[in-house]
Design a protein around this ligand. Structure first.
Ligand SMILES: [Fe+2]
Length: 418
């Protein structure tokens, strides 16, 4: 068996980086299982850079290099940092978040979209600052009418998991209502498609052995691909824009929409795009085998934890390969979404043309969406910054396919256009 890449990236609080000196190592930030290259080796670390990191909310960076050399640079031994209060808060929040489902905010706050006098039968929670705060208390027995100007919510919006079916009923009633103004029909259709897909993929991720549910995903991606390619919906209405945090299911939908749009820009035939989309939607299904405490861990992962994390593409393929509804080609996007053209990826450390078009597209869109997602205590990139970083990693380190990256720049420009 191939020896897996060992986790030679050591977390260092930014306060310990030596101001005024060059850093003799490559420096990264970490986002879940993904590292983003922050500074190349020998970057001169100035006071302004320290302030900049502080402003961006980056508290810890990851240094790649030999432990004894890093200790020499720091001037002290690296010790395992005790769990900070913030890390404990984050763990508590991560556990709590499993009880909520993030919903599309526009529906209930955008006056042009909700049906006047419509009532909701589920409570609403605002997500922000790692807390779920109830903004509306409602139930089947005590429905609440949406106020004339919608609800005012700053953060993301969530409902309790047990209210998902009630939310789906509301969604269905609203989208099929004759009172829905014609000018918002296109947007509503996209929102309905996205919200139903989110519910579906969340259920798949929480009971990944349910073959029937997995097959439904294939059908939903087919409908989504067709709607995007025939311009029946706007791809940007299918994307989830988050203020606060990421759920794997919103990320899965975003990666699917970006992959479909990228493949369309590259001129792939519809039947190929659909297969790619199915793989993109299910790309992280293997994560359901990773214990939550490893997935949400903030500090350094042990070698064993790292190995587990790096197995999720293989686990994903294992879970899907027996399902007749999932095309074989789709599995390539699942297996290869963490491979890098320079061979530095995982799980197989494939290089260059050993990585298929599906793998290259999924790797780019997965990285782009992860970079642009805000997280508590972590740094998120604007679309421009994320594309600059991917461009740098492509030109200096040959991680991604330059032609596909060009297509992604075009897709992001289209999605951002008013
Ligand atoms: Fe992944």
């Amino acid at each position: 068996m191939n020896k897996l890449q060992t986790p030679e990236r050591i977390p260092i609080p930014i306060s310990q980086l030596l101001v005024g000196l060059a850093i003799p190592f490559d420096v990264y930030t970490r986002d879940g299982e993904m590292y983003s290259h922050l500074f190349p080796k020998w970057t001169h670390f100035s006071d302004a850079m320290l302030k900049n990191l502080q402003q961006l909310g980056i508290e810890t960076v990851y240094i790649e290099g030999d432990v004894s050399r890093i200790e020499m640079y720091l001037g002290h031994k690296i010790e395992e940092a005790p769990q900070s209060e913030e890390q404990n808060r984050f763990s508590a929040y991560s556990r709590k978040k499993q009880n909520y489902h993030q919903i599309e905010k526009t529906l209930l706050v955008d006056k042009s979209l909700f049906i006047p006098h419509s009532r909701i039968t589920f409570s609403l929670f605002e997500v922000g600052n790692m807390a779920f705060t109830q903004v509306v208390e409602a139930s089947v027995n005590r429905p609440v009418q949406i106020p004339p100007h919608g609800f005012r919510v700053k953060g993301d919006l969530a409902i309790r998991i047990e209210d998902v079916a009630l939310y789906q009923d509301y969604l269905h009633a609203m989208l099929s209502s004759p009172a829905l103004p014609a000018e918002v029909k296109r947007k509503s259709r996209a929102i309905g498609m996205k919200e139903n897909s989110k519910i579906m993929i969340r259920e798949v991720l929480s009971s990944p052995t349910d073959l029937e549910k997995i097959s439904q995903v294939a059908g939903a991606v087919g409908a989504m691909t067709e709607a995007v390619l025939n311009n029946e919906v706007d791809a940007r209405d299918l994307m989830s824009l988050r203020n606060h945090d990421l759920y794997t299911y919103t990320h899965s939908i975003n990666v699917t929409v970006l992959s479909i749009s990228l493949a369309a820009t590259l001129g792939l035939p519809q039947e190929q795009i659909e297969k790619l989309g199915i793989g993109a939607m299910l790309h992280d299904i293997g994560k359901s085998t990773i214990p939550a405490e490893v997935l949400n861990k903030q500090g350094q992962l042990s070698e064993e934890e790292f190995r587990l994390m790096q197995q999720h593409p293989v686990e994903g393929v294992r879970m899907l390969e027996g399902n007749a509804e999932i095309p074989k080609e789709s599995l390539l996007a699942v297996l290869q979404h963490h491979e890098k053209l320079n061979g530095a990826g995982y799980p197989l450390r494939l290089r260059g043309n050993k990585i298929t078009a599906f793998g290259r597209i999924a790797a780019l869109t997965d990285c782009y969406d992860a970079l642009t997602t805000p997280r508590p205590y972590r740094y998120s990139h604007t679309p421009y910054m994320a594309l600059s970083l991917l461009t740098r990693e492509t030109s200096e380190r040959e991680e991604f396919d330059p032609e596909y990256l060009k297509a992604l720049v075009k897709v992001v420009a289209d999605l951002s256009a008013e």
